[in-house]
Design a protein around this ligand. Structure first.
Ligand code: ZN
Length: 343
């Protein structure tokens, strides 16, 4: 009995000092103390040699020893399961942190912010307006009276319960609303979502984003328009970009023009992006029609102005080399994640 107690004390010291350095060492510990031929089992076998009056006392000591052997094994198994073997800490502070998934700006927002930033440096303010608009602000005030054939250029969604209301087909409604306020001179850009009843394809969608600009003051000329837009494309595409104007028609400007830039892919040599012309159309522009000024209560003999409008999707398609406009609104994270590093 005395000898058994001395042995148990030795084993206790061994267990308390044990530091298994891996799964192999832990298994060796298990076999030595807890195996079918292990120390705990053999000590229980010694019970029969203990005098009857000491059996209860010895049994308590033995059970306590068994629990120590088992709990030590369990705690080491848990620690080694976490990959921690040195026994100093369950937390390794040198491990890299878990990656936190952060969102990214949408490519349309990036492009819109870039454009706005350039015009803000020229003194343009940002103006916004309603997406559900009345006929006056979307069409009539813009020199597009009812039955005007140019209305057919823009297939329109009308509000069923209210025939005079519609989803705006351009952000020109903001220009009208700002001009009606009568605070001149006026220098604004108007970004926003617009809607047209078009078949959805890789090149067109039933909604897209526009950014229009308007400058009204005394003595504003086409030269001002040209220089403003030239500054814009130089900031946007770099100093080597070339521009050209082609005559066009819009009911709300006279004269009207489309502006092209030299193709940024082939630099004018011709490629499939520019359809081998060397030029890319990026916006429409012109001098504000005197009738539009009159409709907004502005004296066209005193004031002149220019306006321009561009599709943000079109610029983003060109800048990022995207070939399908539908990708912008499908919320596919594989597409959107590609813009995480952008501002
Ligand atoms: Zn090209």
């Amino acid at each position: 009995m005395e000898e058994l107690l001395r042995q148990i004390a030795e084993y206790r010291k061994e267990i308390l000092a044990a530091v298994p350095d891996g799964a192999g060492a832990l298994e060796a510990y298990r076999i030595r103390f807890l195996g079918t031929k292990g120390i705990v089992k053999s000590l229980f076998n010694e019970m029969k040699s203990v005098p009857n009056e000491k059996k209860k006392e010895f049994g308590l000591i033995l059970n306590e020893f068994k629990q120590l052997a088992e709990s030590t094994y369990a705690s080491w198994k848990e620690k080694l399961g976490d990959g921690i073997a040195d026994g100093t800490s369950a937390i390794d502070l040198t491990l890299p942190a878990d990656r936190l998934p952060v969102g990214s700006r949408h490519p349309i927002s990036i492009m819109r912010n870039n454009i706005i930033g350039i015009f803000q440096r020229l003194g343009f303010a940002v103006a916004e307006g309603p997406e559900i608009e009345d006929d006056w602000h979307n069409f009539t005030a813009l020199n597009l009276p009812e039955h005007h054939p140019a209305r057919d250029m823009q297939d329109t969604f009308y509000i069923h319960q209210h025939p005079d209301w519609l989803l705006r087909t351009h952000t020109s409604n903001i220009q009208i609303r700002e001009m009606e306020k009568g605070r001149l001179p006026l220098r604004i850009v108007c970004p926003g979502r617009v809607y047209r009843n078009e078949t959805i394809s890789s090149r067109s969608h039933c909604f897209f984003h526009q950014l229009e600009g308007l400058y009204i003051d005394e003595n504003v000329s086409f030269a001002d328009l040209k220089q403003t837009l030239y500054y814009f494309v130089q900031e946007m595409y770099g100093g080597a970009v070339k521009i050209r104007f082609r005559p066009s028609y819009f009911p709300f400007t006279e004269p009207s023009a489309e502006m092209d830039i030299s193709c940024q892919i082939c630099h004018g040599a011709g490629c499939n992006v520019c359809k081998y012309s060397g030029w890319l159309e990026i916006l429409g522009c012109g001098m504000v029609h005197p009738k539009v000024l009159e409709n907004c209560g502005i004296d066209p003999d005193k004031y002149t102005g220019f306006a321009f409008g561009m599709g943000i999707e079109r610029l983003a398609l060109q800048k990022y080399g995207i070939n399908d406009i539908r990708l912008f609104s499908e919320n596919d994270t594989r597409f959107l994640q590609q813009f995480t590093s952008a501002i």
